[in-house]
Design a protein around this ligand. Structure first.
Ligand code: ZN
Length: 497
């Protein structure tokens, strides 16, 4: 009889059963989601809504019985709040317009009424191309991008992975990771965009408007201001932050089609914003369940609490936050006593560059800039992250570390009937941890309706309670098993420095 030389990876079936009961029978996650998405949103960095959400989350974790629930400060920069936006087509007919400010847009100079002007920035090549607009732009609302064709939507916007698709994804061989996408500078051979932007404001323009380039039916995805050279708009001394609105494509196209008939269009716009520069700190929410015999070692799990400000940040990423909070609640409710310390992190400053996570990693594990290892570098077992929307978790990547395959295969056994049964050779790693060679895992989730992401319609109504409950069970099972096994999870990737 063959005898394995390795101890069997233990599965805590009884604990998973209890987690499953609590997660599905006594769930608090949809109520928590309503607080985050309905009451506190928008949760953009350092906004009053974000701070209120962070304080509420810390208080909730405290009430569950977690230790040391705290707001963890780190230096970020200037905060941004959209206080008010109102935009209307006044002539040739009246039409209320759906539009949202690009994040870190400036405001307009009060309520302004002026002409719509189509000025396709892509076709401004030389300074001579600016001349026809000189003297023409006072109070103008500048339409900067061409009309977008909107084809009919024949395919369902929300999909779940089929088993065949997951099997195919699981077989993708490990190869060199694709380089992170470079920011594209499409203006080669043209005068700089900044010069165009400065020209239109010198000429008295009120605001720049564009579409989001991907959505329709009144849905608008809103990212950071596009018409600036400085990508760090939150820096205290950031240069020009143009006033910039992202408009629903159907409304945008209507205005352009009227202009094509040489009929003037008048638009009224009032955009008010504030930049908060009194205190440059932003905050993560962190709390712990202290370990027992291995308390000095740590398992971290988390999700970003900050969200893009146009919508409620429901799928991105209240969905992840409430599942993480549920894991914490359930650990305490069931009286689980993990061997390692379990830490929950709800992170700030995410959409601008993962600042919350990076500060936590730099302060606790290793600083990629100074190349300094911190006390807990060797004590971290793993970081588990939820940030792929509101779909159900279907699998997790092993990041090329075959030793994890045997371990995770065992941990997934109790989760098969809730749809979690795939390991992928590679997948997304969390960049804050990856940058210092620490194991980190993004769970792979069903891709639900992508119109939600970063849009004005990322609302509570899109959350699917049963999926979030299943995600809670899966995350809790992984965190619990990581916290209980004899060894930390094996590391594979050497530190990159
Ligand atoms: Zn996200």
């Amino acid at each position: 009889m063959a005898v394995s030389v390795h101890a069997q990876e233990p599965i805590h079936w009884d604990v998973v059963d209890q987690i499953m009961d609590e997660a599905f029978e006594n769930s608090e996650l949809m109520e928590n989601a309503s607080w985050l998405v309905d009451v506190f949103a928008p949760r953009n960095t350092k906004s009053p809504g974000y701070i209120a959400a962070a304080e509420w989350a810390a208080e909730s974790l405290r009430s569950y019985g977690l230790s040391n629930a705290r707001l963890e400060p780190y230096e970020f920069g200037v905060g941004y709040v959209n206080e008010y936006v109102s935009i209307h087509m006044m002539s040739p007919q009246y039409m209320p317009i759906i539009a949202y400010p690009a994040t870190w847009s400036s405001g307009t100079d009060g309520k302004i009424q002026g002409p719509a002007v189509f000025m396709n920035f892509d076709e401004i090549v030389t300074e001579a191309d600016l001349e026809p607009y000189r003297g023409q732009l006072n109070n103008a609302v500048i339409f900067t991008s061409p009309m977008r064709q909107l084809p009919p939507l024949y395919e369902a916007p929300a999909t779940r992975y089929s088993t065949e698709q997951l099997n195919e994804m699981a077989e993708i061989p490990i190869g060199p990771q694709a380089a992170r996408a470079e920011r594209i500078h499409p203006r080669e051979g043209k005068i700089p965009q900044q010069q165009v932007v400065e020209f239109v404001y010198d000429q008295g323009a009120a605001v720049l408007v564009r579409t989001d380039g991907r959505n329709d039916f009144g849905t608008v995805a809103v990212e950071n201001t596009r018409y600036t050279l400085d990508n760090r708009l939150w820096d205290l001394n950031a240069p020009l932050r143009p006033a910039e609105l992202v408009m629903a494509t159907e409304h945008y196209n209507r205005v352009l089609r009227i202009l094509e008939k040489d009929i003037p269009v008048e638009i009224e716009v009032d955009l008010r914003v504030t930049f908060n520069d009194e205190n440059l700190n932003d905050y993560n929410v962190v709390a712990e369940i202290p370990g027992t015999d291995l308390a000095h070692e740590i398992v971290v799990f988390g999700a970003h609490l900050q969200s893009n400000p146009a919508g409620g940040g429901a799928s991105d990423n209240a969905a992840g936050v409430v599942a993480c909070m549920e894991v914490a609640r359930i650990f305490k409710k069931l009286g689980l006593a993990p061997r390692r310390t379990v830490r929950i992190g709800l992170w700030g400053g995410h959409e601008m560059g993962v600042f919350g996570n990076k500060s936590h990693v730099a302060n606790n594990f290793a600083d990629p800039d100074t190349r300094e290892y911190k006390e807990d570098y060797d004590n971290l077992s793993a970081y588990f992250n939820l940030d792929q929307g509101n779909g159900r978790i279907r699998g997790v990547p092993i990041q090329g570390n075959e030793r994890l395959r045997a371990i995770f295969t065992e941990w997934m056994k109790p989760l098969r009937n809730i749809g979690m049964n795939h390991l992928f050779a590679t997948g997304m790693e969390h960049e804050a941890y990856e940058d210092v060679g620490l194991p980190s895992f993004y769970f792979v989730q069903d891709r639900m309706d992508t119109r939600q992401y970063h849009s004005n319609m990322d609302a509570y109504d899109r959350l699917v309670a049963e999926d979030l409950m299943a995600n809670t069970v899966i995350l809790a099972t992984f965190v619990y098993h990581a916290a209980m096994r004899d060894e930390r999870l094996p590391r594979f990737v050497p530190a990159p420095w």
